[in-house]
Design a protein around this ligand. Structure first.
Ligand code: ZN
Length: 311
């Protein structure tokens, strides 16, 4: 079991204004600001990580905030929805809270027998809080305003929108170890039993739907979790053996990664649990310092000058 894909590791999305993004996820949603760093390929841009206390894989949503960037649009070949797991009786609390903060939201709905509240972040990113009857035993991060009775536990699922289910389904089942659980209309639910949570991928089949625009308010990629870098490299061979291209191992400072584009168009990543977010600052101080990868440390002063103000 040790070498299986352990559900989701993180999801990365694009935002506009950095401060607005930070305030929404920490203050309105009560996520922990786990890491403040820069885009390793574009150090004049922040890379924010939000999650639980430790930034446990399966809880981490990350953003590249690009000031003034155009609004993107969901479409085929993208991850189009993020589901967070919340306690079973918390949806009314969130509904009231979202009203107070003018968050765009829908009425509470039901899917696969689970109640959910659909809402959008300030850039239009599509999110669901899903109240599963199955108890989620993960320990939530508590903020001043959001205590454990309501706090998110991490991811429940990610939703991909695709023109065709089968090619991507094959990647999920034959490479990543997921199984088709059931479907409701054109929504197909895949799940892995390798882990108790963040183990669901939904595919919405939308034949003929045009491609989306990957910009603010849309997801950039979906990362799946593996235990360590040895297992990571086993999956590299596995992906290659299925005739797909995949990158070499990349050091992301807090985890090691591989990237490949699945046949439906979504960028998938495989990411390790090691070394974790307390690698370069103590657990109690996560997110409080600007952390730079070592190649940019000599340019810290210049980088700090171009990064947007957050207070
Ligand atoms: Zn990533």
């Amino acid at each position: 079991m040790e070498n299986r894909i352990l559900g989701l590791h993180h999801i990365t999305a694009i935002a506009g204004n950095a401060k607005q993004n930070l305030d929404f996820y920490t203050k309105v949603l009560g996520q922990r600001f786990v890491k403040k760093t820069v885009n390793f390929d574009d150090p004049g841009t922040y890379h924010f990580y939000f999650g639980d206390e430790k930034g446990t894989p399966g809880s981490i949503l990350t953003f590249f905030p690009w000031a003034g960037v155009r609004r993107g649009q969901n479409g085929a070949g993208m991850a189009t929805g993020i589901g967070y797991s919340v306690p079973v009786d918390s949806l009314e609390f969130w509904k009231e809270r979202f009203k107070r903060f003018n968050v765009k939201q829908d009425e509470i709905g039901e899917r696969f027998g689970e109640k959910y509240l659909h809402f959008q972040d300030p850039d239009g990113l599509q999110l669901d809080f899903i109240a599963s009857e199955n108890e989620d035993k993960r320990k939530p991060w508590e903020s001043d305003e959001i205590k454990s009775a309501h706090a998110t536990k991490g991811f429940h699922s990610v939703t991909l929108t695709l023109n065709k289910v089968e090619p991507t389904a094959k990647v999920l089942t034959d490479i990543l170890g997921y199984k088709l659980l059931k479907h409701e209309g054109n929504r197909y639910r895949f799940i892995t039993d390798a882990i108790d949570n963040a183990g669901i991928v939904d595919i919405i089949e939308a034949p003929g739907l045009g491609r989306g625009i990957n910009s603010a308010g849309t997801n950039h990629h979906v990362a799946f979790r593996v235990k360590d870098d040895n297992i990571l490299m086993e999956y590299r061979e596995k992906v290659l053996s299925k005739g797909l291209d995949i990158t070499p191992k990349i050091d992301r400072d807090y985890f090691f990664s591989l990237y490949f584009r699945e046949p439906g168009g979504v960028l998938f990543e495989l990411a390790t649990e090691n070394p974790g977010f307390d690698k370069d600052e103590p657990l109690s101080e996560l997110g409080t310092h600007l952390k730079l990868p070592k190649q940019y440390e000599p340019a810290r002063k210049e980088i700090e000058k171009v990064l947007p103000q957050l207070d």
